[in-house]
Ligand binder design. Structure first.
Ligand SMILES: [Cu+2]
Length: 414
């Protein structure tokens, strides 16, 4: 019932934006990419309105549960936007802040992680360290929400950035192609472009390690070092740990997962993978179809054995390269944070369709504390702490990380 009325709201929002009544219903994900993009925007319009209403009345259960932070109000509510909608100046400010983070000394002690050379690397090291306890686990979404938020906060407080963390809408790049998009076109207002062309790369084979058949992906259009844009000279310091290579095989640094291994940033933009797993229909379907958090997060990460990477894997593997195809080291590509902001946006949209049971209480999370429960572990609870290590911030219970307008957070998406 509740979902039904929201869908009406979403439709009204779509109609007012588009200036004409829509015959299609957002109750059913459209298979047409353009139409699905409009559905996504309608869902976002409704969610943004609902969040602003909740924050402004400040008497809703969603807005008033602030425990770790101050109250979230309309005056301090932040808005995260799609990269392509930012002005040139806004994009450059974000890029400069990321470069600033890469120029600051690491907080991680070098005897713990010799490869963590700068503040940006603190985030990579923390992700490597916890990879097997933050994917296909109950804390997958909350951990990455806090992680992305802490990164945004580091850009703001340590590098003077006044904007918010932008996101990359994969539904748009599935239509335009990655190489032509503002995110990856290689211009000085992009997150840098493709890697140099490596001919005849061969397929990418993702090993699953749990007795299931590997997932075979086509190679991209690059494969070598990134040669354009703001990050063409950046150095990747950590990894590889488990890098799926074009042509098959897995790259691993024999000196260990925390060793110093300076090398270029590689990309292998693969629009095909973007289109297969993270097109707008797949995004809308991930929001509208799952009725519980377990189904939602499994669809998003790809149900093992189906050969589907989900929208999460679809975004990651469409960037390709090194560390883009490395499950552990992926935050070493600065585009990671635009991808995970979009992941967070999809969770926020799904939560907005039934906020009471999706942002609090036992139905808001599901799963154990280990990767696909291997090795077996107890179910996580709302009191489990999310600890980002030297990336920063105090360890916080999952329950504080479930709403973007309560607890420490105060932001929405447009
Ligand atoms: Cu991750």
């Amino acid at each position: 019932m509740r979902t039904g009325s929201l869908i009406v709201l979403a439709l009204q929002a779509a109609s007012s934006v588009l200036g004409a009544p829509q015959a299609t219903s957002t109750a059913v994900p459209s298979s047409d990419p353009e139409e699905a993009l409009q559905q996504l925007q309608a869902l976002n319009d409704a969610a943004a309105q609902q969040a602003q209403d909740a924050v402004s009345s400040n008497n809703s259960t969603v807005a008033s549960r602030s425990s770790a932070g101050g109250a979230c109000t309309l005056s301090n509510l932040k808005v995260r936007r799609e990269w392509g909608t930012l002005s040139k100046q806004e994009k450059k400010a974000y890029i400069s802040a990321v470069q600033c983070l890469m120029s600051k000394p690491a907080n991680t002690p070098s005897e713990l992680v010799p490869g963590a050379k700068n503040r940006f690397d603190d985030f990579v090291a923390s992700h490597i360290n916890q990879t097997m306890e933050i994917h296909y686990t109950a804390n997958f979404l909350s951990w990455h929400r806090y992680f992305t938020w802490m990164y945004e906060k580091a850009l703001q407080t340590e590098c003077g950035y006044t904007g918010t963390q932008p996101y990359w809408n994969w539904g748009i790049t599935a239509i335009t192609g990655l190489e032509n998009s503002p995110v990856f076109d290689g211009s000085d207002t992009s997150m840098s472009g493709n890697g140099a062309v490596v001919p005849n790369e061969g397929d990418v084979v993702i090993q699953t390690n749990n007795g299931l058949p590997p997932i075979v992906l086509p190679p991209g259009t690059g494969g070598g070092c990134v040669t354009s844009g703001p990050f063409q000279n950046m150095t990747v310091n950590l990894g590889p740990v488990s890098l799926s290579l074009a042509g098959g095989g897995v790259g691993t640094n024999p000196d260990g997962q925390f060793a110093y291994n300076p090398r270029c940033l590689k990309r292998d933009l693969t629009t095909k993978v973007n289109q297969m797993f993270a097109n707008a229909s797949a995004i809308v379907s991930n929001i509208l179809v799952p009725r519980d958090i377990d189904t939602f997060q499994m669809q998003m990460q790809g149900v093992p054995g189906t050969g589907n990477l989900g929208i999460h894997g679809g975004g990651h593997y469409s960037m390709g390269g090194d560390p883009g195809r490395d499950f552990f080291v992926s935050p070493g590509d600065p585009a990671f944070y635009l991808h995970h902001s979009m992941i967070d946006r999809v969770w926020w949209l799904w939560q907005s369709l039934s906020p009471r049971d999706r942002t609090q209480g036992p139905t808001a999370i599901a799963g154990t504390r280990t990767f696909l429960n291997s090795p077996p572990s107890p179910n996580a609870t709302l009191d489990d702490l999310v600890d980002l290590g030297y990336a920063g911030g105090p360890p916080l219970p999952i329950r504080d990380l479930l709403s973007t307008t309560a607890g420490p957070f105060c932001y929405i998406y447009l």
